[in-house]
Design a protein around this ligand. Structure first.
Ligand code: ZN
Length: 177
């Protein structure tokens, strides 16, 4: 299940397991620092083994898969687009991933600018003039693709690390990106 060779992703929500049963005393939450320890050590090793570009690509793809599965498992597909956004906002803040806002929306062109405040991955990191939330870029792309059927390209244009107080993502349909 976890170590089989694969050419396509095999992720299934059941891989996450029954947390209630498995952690009766410690429960379902943990420290953000521990999550970041995993994210940044994994990034470190991917960069060492491959390159920053490949690490970014792998994080984007993993985020995309996560966004797709998140949408399948938790989002009501019968909703209108505004209802979908509301549901995503409630889930992301309820799960303490971040506070999502739609800064700009051009419904005709399907182009959006989204911001995430207090982002799980980067809020509070040291400044580096880099945008580092590639996993989040992929996550948004996967979520939107699964909900709308359209492929989107998502690019983070501002990040806590690049000096902003929010992460800002530009979202465009893939063909026009
Ligand atoms: Zn960021």
């Amino acid at each position: 299940m976890f170590k089989e060779v694969r050419t396509q992703p095999m992720f299934d929500w059941s891989m996450i397991g029954d947390i209630k049963e498995g952690r009766p005393n410690l429960g379902a939450t943990m420290d953000v620092g521990v999550y970041r320890l995993m994210q940044f050590t994994l990034r470190d090793i991917l960069i060492k083994k491959f390159s920053p570009e490949i690490a970014d690509q792998l994080y984007y793809e993993a985020g995309e898969l996560a966004g797709t599965e998140f949408c399948k498992a938790l989002i009501n597909k019968g909703n209108s687009f505004p209802e979908f956004i509301k549901e995503v906002q409630a889930l992301l803040s309820g799960l303490k991933i971040g506070i999502l806002r739609v800064e700009k929306a051009d419904m005709e062109k399907s182009e959006f600018t989204l911001t995430v405040a207090e982002d799980l991955d980067c809020s509070g990191l040291p400044m580096s003039e880099e945008t580092i939330c590639t996993y989040d870029e992929g996550f948004i792309a996967g979520l939107l693709h699964e909900f709308t059927g359209t492929r989107f390209k998502v690019k983070e244009v501002d990040c806590w690390c690049s000096g902003d107080r929010v992460c800002r993502f530009e979202v465009k349909p893939e063909a026009s990106a």
